[in-house]
Design a protein around this ligand. Structure first.
Ligand code: AMP
Length: 110
């Protein structure tokens, strides 16, 4: 499958890895929008949140919590975003959750 994030998970394309467990893989966004900008994604390919089952989503959110603490943004707060489809401005069609923090974020989201 010609999926950029599947290739990153497989180690075929380099990334700055943050963490990995049985279900989730996390690495730093190549074009960070905040001091901390980590992408958390399922190892199994799925296009976006519409294709994600509850068990996998729970594992992704658990990974988000661990990463937020590891990255030092849990106390002051952070934002998670998952763009979905054309109007959601999703540019990579492998489900991912953006974890953004490390500074005061804008109060608008769109
Ligand atoms: P989205 O627009 O929500 O689909 O987010 C895709 C994100 O992937 C963007 O924030 C990109 O900067 C990021 N991205 C694209 N290619 C890479 C890459 N090779 N390594 C890390 N992040 C990437």
């Amino acid at each position: 499958m010609d999926c950029l994030f599947c290739k990153i998970i497989a180690g075929e394309i380099p990334c700055t890895k943050v963490s990995e467990d049985d279900a989730a893989f996390a690495f730093r966004d190549i074009n960070p929008q905040a001091p901390v900008h980590v992408l958390v994604l399922p190892k199994k390919h799925m296009a976006n949140i519409l294709e994600c089952d509850g068990e996998t989503m729970a594992k992704l959110l658990n990974a988000v919590k661990i990463i937020a603490k590891q990255e030092g943004v849990a106390e002051d707060g952070f934002r998670i975003v998952s763009n979905c489809g054309k109007n959601g401005a999703q540019s990579v069609n492998h489900l991912h959750i953006h974890v953004l923090g490390g500074a005061q974020l804008a109060d608008h989201m769109a």
